[in-house]
Write a protein that binds this ligand. Structure first.
Ligand code: UDX
Length: 423
């Protein structure tokens, strides 16, 4: 077993801390947010993540995990994981100030011959800047990007497709990879810089793939084709792969928009721009707008003073994260068109700076609605019986941007059902 410190207990840091503790390591999670640390020490997860509290409570009980705001607690740790945020700056570049400030603060506390492991998504060559800040020849710097998805973070931690370890020190690289005890995962040993790019390139490729999927959905709607049939057949080609082929209101979350912009900016700085990234970002905005146009068309060409019931606020199902949520972007556009919004989300119960009503339940949400727009694919929406709400709405119209619901069931209840990618 190893002594591990996790600096930053957000989505990635907490999943890593709880994951490593569950594997039997001795973990200390460190964060500047006192309230968050208090909650975590009491076994309360500040984020909505399946099984997180179960695993957290188990490891607290076994005294395999502790939380603190005190950086000196890293003193006994052999591995110190940097899981700090790298938010997007105005120009799209990643803000690595938290990483660098943390590195500077950590240096004097680090144990002899310990290893700094950079898990945060960082621009190329950040590892060199961290090494400068740590300024200790006995401390190795290993780049170990994460590929956790919100909503399945622990599952992805325990069963990763691959573990990427970038380092000039082979011994340290092997030590870091062995912490995961992931027998089935492919371990990729590479250099630090390649490891940094692997993360950005992976996320950017997935975002480009989704932008293309949504453009195929738009094109199919201009014909009598069904994009879902097209995409299903495409996915049977192993080179394309069946995952990430579902049309939606656009991609979002705290990673894709930030990572695509950061890679775009890094490449531009090196005078090797990647135009596909610009196209993917622009395409994504067009998808948000396309969902609004579908609502407008369904309501006779104008959304002014129309009552729209929005289902879903989080950027995808099974998470409470609304950061860069396509649902919020679509709602902002609907409001700009003069619509009155009443939203409902099974988990997200409030959104700041958005003039809309957040309903407590579906009945309150749909009462008087001129149209319902499903934006997040929560399973709860599949369980709604259209017959039970058909007397509550003003007009029986539903736009399902995720193709989640059963079209026949809703049409049988008298609804005009508009899907995404077919007519
Ligand atoms: C992503 C990467 O998947 C993960 O590997 C990385 O570590 C962090 O960023 P996450 O941001 O949690 O994970 O979201 P993800 O599940 O990848 O979905 C991203 C966006 O694509 C969401 O808005 C989702 O709704 C959308 N999406 C996904 C689709 O619209 N269609 C799909 O078929 C899949």
């Amino acid at each position: 077993m190893a002594k591990i410190a996790i600096i930053g207990t957000g989505y990635v840091g907490l999943a890593s801390a709880v994951g490593f503790a569950h594997l039997g390591h001795d973990v200390v999670g460190i964060d500047i947010d006192k309230e968050k640390i208090t909650k975590l020490s009491r076994g309360k997860s500040p984020i909505y993540e399946k099984d997180m509290e179960v695993f957290l409570k188990k490891s607290l009980k076994k005294k395999k995990i502790q939380f603190s705001t005190d950086y000196s607690k890293v003193g006994s740790s052999k591995f110190v994981f940097l899981c700090l945020p790298t938010p997007q700056l105005e120009d799209g570049a990643a803000d690595i100030s938290f990483i660098l400030e943390s590195s500077k603060m950590l240096s004097r506390h680090l144990k002899q011959s310990s290893t700094i492991v950079i898990k945060s998504t960082v621009p190329v060559n950040t590892w060199k800047l961290v090494k400068e800040k740590i300024d200790r020849d006995d401390v190795a710097i290993v780049s170990n990007p994460e590929f956790l998805r919100e909503g399945t973070a622990l599952q992805d931690f325990f069963k990763p497709d691959r573990i990427v370890v970038g380092s000039t020190d082979e011994v340290k690289a092997k030590e870091v990879s062995s912490l995961y005890k992931a027998k089935k995962a492919k371990i990729v040993f590479t250099d630090n810089t390649s490891a940094e790019i692997i993360k950005y390139a992976s996320n950017s490729f997935l975002a480009i793939k989704l932008s293309f999927v949504n453009e195929i959905a738009a094109y199919a709607e201009s014909t009598d084709a069904n994009a879902l049939e097209v995409l299903n057949a495409m996915g049977l080609d192993k080179r394309i792969g069946k995952d990430f082929l579902k049309p939606g209101p656009g991609w979002g979350g705290m990673c894709f928009p930030k990572d695509v912009s950061a890679l775009k900016e890094s490449a531009r700085e090196k005078n090797v721009p990647i135009p596909l990234l610009d196209a993917a970002l622009e395409s994504n905005l067009k998808t948000h707008a396309r969902i609004v146009e579908k609502c407008k068309k369904a309501l006779g060409g104008s959304l002014k003073d129309k009552k729209i019931s929005v289902w879903g606020l989080s950027f995808k199902a099974n998470t409470d994260d609304i950061r860069f949520s396509p649902a919020i972007s679509v709602i902002e556009r609907l409001i700009l068109e003069g619509a009155q919004i009443s939203s409902f989300d099974p988990i997200v119960k409030s959104v700041e700076n958005l003039s809309m009503k957040v309903s407590a339940d579906i009945e309150q949400n749909v009462t008087g609605a001129d149209a319902i727009v499903l934006l997040t694919e929560w399973q709860e929406f599949k369980e709604i019986d259209p017959k039970e709400i058909s007397d509550l709405v003003t007009q029986k119209i539903i736009i399902d941007s995720r193709n989640l619901l059963n079209k026949n069931k809703w049409e049988k209840a008298g609804f005009t059902f508009i899907g995404n990618g077919y007519n």
